[in-house]
Write a protein that binds this ligand. Sequence first.
Ligand code: AMP
Length: 175
Amino acid sequence: MTSPEQLRSFIRDVPDFPKPGIVFKDITPLLHSPMALDKTMEWLAEPFRDEGITNVVAIESRGFIFGSCVARALNAGFVPIRKPGKLPWNCRRHEYVLEYGKDILEIHDDALTPDDRVIVVDDVLATGGTAAAAASLVHGFGAKLIGLAMVIELSFLEGRRKLDANTKIHTLLQY
Ligand code: AMP
C-alpha cells in the first residue's frame, strides 16, 4: 500500500444504519486487514510526528481503536472521551449535536494540563459536532490542540466549518 486512497476499498457502506437515511461507514473490514490497519495508523500519525504530541485524545468508541495505536506511534499518552456516566473519576462535560441526535461527552477532570500538546482522533468526521465538542473540552484545560486525525471525512457535511481554522485537520479518505 502506497497511498491512503487504497484504504477506500476497506470501507463498507451500510445504508439505513443506525437510522433510515444514514449511510454508515463501517470500518471493520479495514480493522480486519493487518496491512490496512497498520498503514492507517502510520498515515494518521504522519503529520504529527515532529509536533511533540504529549497526548492523543480519542472519542468513544471507534476512536479508541485508532487513538490508542496513534498514541503508540507518536510515543504519546492516551486520554479517553466518553459518553456520560462511563468514566469513573470526576468529569468535565460538553453537550453537542450529532448527525443522528444529541449527545454529551465527558473527560476526566485531571486528563490534561496547559503544558499538553494534543491531537484528537476519531474514525469519522461527519457534521463536526463531536470533534468540536472534543476540541472544546481540550481547550478547557488550556492545553494546545495541534490537530485532528480522522480516517474518514464526509466532506458534504462540511464538518470542518465547526472547527478552528488554526487546527490542522488531517483525514485519510474524503467522501
Ligand atoms: P459528527 O459529530 O456529526 O461529526 O459525527 C461524528 C461521530 O459520529 C463519529 O464519532 C462517528 O463515529 C459517528 N458517525 C457520524 N456519521 C457517521 C457515519 N455516516 N458513519 C459512521 N460513523 C458516523
